[in-house]
Design a protein around this ligand. Structure first.
Ligand code: ZN
Length: 228
């Protein structure tokens, strides 16, 4: 439509990777950037670096990441756009693309529900959305699996952090999530999702809260993986 072309002149749609203007047929990122995205294909390897992060620390079915994250890389640009520039569409797009790969890949395709790592309340209020939830929305649409941000919640920071010694704070880092409605997810296979995995501490803490629910089994998928 001419109106779209006209609006495109005033508000050019930009590639979230390289910042160049997008062609009409392109969405979120340009074709060359999409072609060169550093996909890990970890979901095809049982023994992969993301899985190894959780080895001996958390009982999960499997873990994977869509992309490799390096400092100064185009993937970092995308994550930055998603987290700080209001580009929810980046999270949804990456979820949809990764979902196309995961929907034929066990154990991810057997998941009954997709659950994002919840954001700190303060950050949520500032940002207006949870970037991991946008990723979950994209995965949900291409894998045809429902998602919900209502089951796994973060405890109020003031409850857990104020007036505590350093040791207790450290202990609490392991205890800052809770399941709001355990009955609703009992017996489910959960796909737990986050933006970037580095040490795995946050995800481990979420897994620990979810694992307390009877019959729950968990897989993990993140947008990107960064080496320590
Ligand atoms: Zn580009």
């Amino acid at each position: 439509m001419w109106t779209n072309d006209f609006l495109g002149l005033i508000f050019p749609r930009l590639c979230s990777c390289c910042g160049n203007s997008l062609w009409k047929h392109e969405n979120v990122i340009c074709d060359p950037c999409f072609y060169h995205l550093p996909k890990t294909n970890f979901h095809l390897q049982v023994d992969n670096p993301v899985n190894r992060i959780f080895l001996g620390r958390a009982d999960i079915l499997s873990a994977t990441s869509y992309l490799l994250f390096n400092k100064g890389s185009k993937v970092q640009n995308m994550i930055h756009e998603l987290k700080y520039k209001g580009r929810k569409d980046v999270g949804i797009f990456l979820g949809e693309e990764f979902g196309k790969m995961l929907k034929s890949s066990p154990p991810y395709r057997e998941s009954g529900i997709i659950i994002p790592v919840p954001l700190h309340r303060k950050k949520y209020l500032k940002r207006g959305y949870n970037q991991s939830e946008q990723f979950a929305i994209g995965l949900s649409s291409s894998m045809n699996i429902p998602y919900s941000g209502q089951y796994l919640l973060r405890k109020n920071a003031t409850e857990t952090q104020t007036h505590k010694s350093r040791f207790l704070r450290w202990k609490n880092a392991n205890d800052c999530f809770f399941v709001a409605d355990p009955v609703a997810i009992a017996g489910s296979i959960i796909l737990l999702v986050d933006d970037v995995v580095t040490t795995g501490a946050t995800l481990e803490s979420c897994i620990s809260a979810l694992s307390a629910v009877p019959g729950v089994r968990i897989s993990v998928a993140t947008i990107a993986y960064t080496k320590l």
